[in-house]
Design a binder for this molecule. Structure first.
Ligand code: NCD
Length: 305
């Protein structure tokens, strides 16, 4: 099903395909040693035009754990982009050297454009404020592992709902699963963008809040995000909004015992360090699942079912 398929947006994948990636990811997390030959003789390129810790390193370690090799750059100022090369030309060059490309880029649509020019599969590792499909797969594996399901959940999403690509992809994907309800918590300035409101949220059950305290007691998942400083045109606007939310132990006292806290990371100050000790804090485990789900995705792209 997924053999040789690119992943630009999860909108191009059926729920069944998404679940097959998640289920294999769970299987891999239990016995990663069984998958050490999947990518033998293959090479992954990671082309990262924007900063990253988890996404790039989990892509690379995932491919290495599948038995493959990795090339790439984490700073495009060291690549021919600095000499004025277009993305299309870079892709048409790199595709000759490797079997698979994971790309992160500040421009929305960059992964889509890469896919148009590429003869080999492209995986979107984040394009501007638009999409971050492998983060969403990471999130879904974390949710499935905890709750055993991806439907009938009440999901609170808090922070920068306007610019966060992790939020954009997650809400769009979870809305495709039955009876999920969304509680969107943000300052007025950072409410979900018009497209997400019109094309997704308006078709599901959702409520908007501006305080964590008013929403936390009734949700299964609290998905925290940082305010995306790099996406603001006006840095003063960022200065005004930063620190809008800080999840503290006190606020966690209001939450259900079975609720989980998720965060794509990096954290700035939106979750206080004292909360890390709370058994409901799932974000570092989530980062670990990111590697397994990328192993699963790349396994399916290389080998099929
Ligand atoms: C996210 C991203 O890059 O969009 N980070 C990640 O990949 N884990 C979230 C963020 O930067 O806030």
């Amino acid at each position: 099903m997924l053999k040789n398929k690119s992943l630009i947006s999860l909108e191009d994948f059926t729920n069944k395909e998404i679940e097959s990636i998640i289920n294999l990811g769970i299987e891999i997390s239990k016995k990663p040693d069984h998958f050490v030959n999947v990518a033998k003789g293959k090479i992954l390129a990671t082309l990262f035009y924007e900063p990253s810790t988890r996404t790039r390193l989990s892509f690379e370690s995932a491919f290495l754990r599948l038995g493959g090799k990795v090339v790439g750059f984490s700073d495009s100022s060291n690549s021919s982009t600095a000499k004025g090369e277009s993305l299309a030309d870079t892709i048409r060059t790199v595709e000759n050297y490797v079997d698979l490309i994971a790309i992160r880029h500040p421009k929305e649509g960059a992964a889509y454009l890469s896919d148009i020019y590429s003869k080999i599969p492209i995986i979107n590792a984040g394009d501007g404020a638009k999409e971050h499909p492998t983060q969403t797969l990471t999130d879904l594996l974390t949710i499935k592992n905890k709750f055993g399901r991806l439907d009938n959940l009440k999901i609170g999403v808090c922070g920068d709902l306007k610019y966060s690509r992790a939020v954009n992809s997650l809400v769009k994907t979870l809305s495709k699963f039955k009876n999920n309800k969304f509680i969107m918590i943000s300052p007025k300035e950072l409410q979900p963008n018009e497209l997400l409101l019109k094309d997704t949220l308006s078709k599901v059950s959702f409520k908007q809040f501006d305080k964590i305290e008013d929403a936390i007691s009734d949700i299964d998942i609290l998905y925290m995000t940082r305010i995306q400083r790099e996406r603001f045109d006006d840095i003063l606007e960022y200065e005004k909004l930063k620190g809008s939310y800080i999840l503290t132990r006190e606020k966690m006292d209001l939450a259900k015992k079975e609720m989980i806290i998720m965060h794509p990371l990096p954290r700035v100050d939106e979750i206080s360090y004292e909360v890390d000790e709370d058994p409901r804090a799932e974000y570092f485990k989530q980062a670990k699942f990111g590697m397994y789900v990328r192993m699963s995705l790349m396994n399916l792209i290389l080998e099929g079912e």
